[in-house]
Design a protein around this ligand. Sequence first.
Ligand code: F6P
Length: 319
Amino acid sequence: IKHIGVFTSGGDSPGMNAALHGVAKTAEMNNLRLSGFKKGYEGLIDGDLVQLDSSQLKKNVHRGGTLLKTARSKRFLTLEGRQRAMQILETNKVDALIAIGGDGTFKGLLAFSEICDLPFLGIPGTIDNDLAGTDFTLGFDSAVNTAIENIDKIRDTAESHNRIFLIEVMGRDCGYIAIHSGLGTGADAILIPESGHDFTQLLEKAGSYDREEAFVVIVSEGDELGVEPAAKKIKEINPEVDLRIAKLGHVQRGGNASAFDRMLGIRLGTAAVEALLHGRKNVMAGILNNQLSLTPFDQVVKEHQVNDELRSLLKIFGS
Ligand code: F6P
């Protein structure tokens, strides 16, 4: 391997820049050329690439977002798009590719590997923490910290008014952010897609709650019920309740990476280059039980949902 290409794809997440630095520094150590494709698979299709070196990246290890930009590419979903990307890689004499992204990115790599024989290496980058093959994805810890910081603030005002607050946090199909931020802020209830609970009782409790206290519910955006319908149900039970909805939204995706995510990015960026040099292909570098681990792409995209141990906490700390 002489020339590696790297790109970030899907939703950005804090720690992606640290991972890019890990890749760049390790590539340099091994005298490899490194090109960064911009805007994820879009840059691969359009041949939009820049030479990367660690001197610029090291100044951005802390920063959220991704210096390479990102996108959710519709064109790469087509065979034509993937064939075009293959041509670009050939023309530029790229002989290995590192992708940093989430579920959609890995599905893209799987499809690409059917027509392109180059070695691909993945790094898990998504705030949702919904990939198998790693205990934590890049950006999850930072997003939880941001959520917690904001929920703490909402609690101050909720307590002052004895209000019910329904707070929506991110997590398209899984409740990791909700369960971590909810338990970390002493929420009265946490609604996640994995719980499969009937929340009628909870909503009745919220509707008839003691007006001498606030009632804070963390709702994962992937939860079947959703904040607005939950609010409607509570209002039906008790039209008098003083209720507010807050959606934390994209604030959870931004901001400096936490110490954990910076370190995770450096470790996984380094591991990805080293794995390629050891002849590995079509695997994702992750951390399992604090050990580096390489998992085939088809295993990675299997659902990674909140585990039984965490789910059982919900029974103790909230619905
Ligand atoms: O996958 C990360 C994520 O932030 C999800 O939690 C959320 O559902 C989605 O991306 C939002 O995507 P977009 O920024 O494209 O609206």
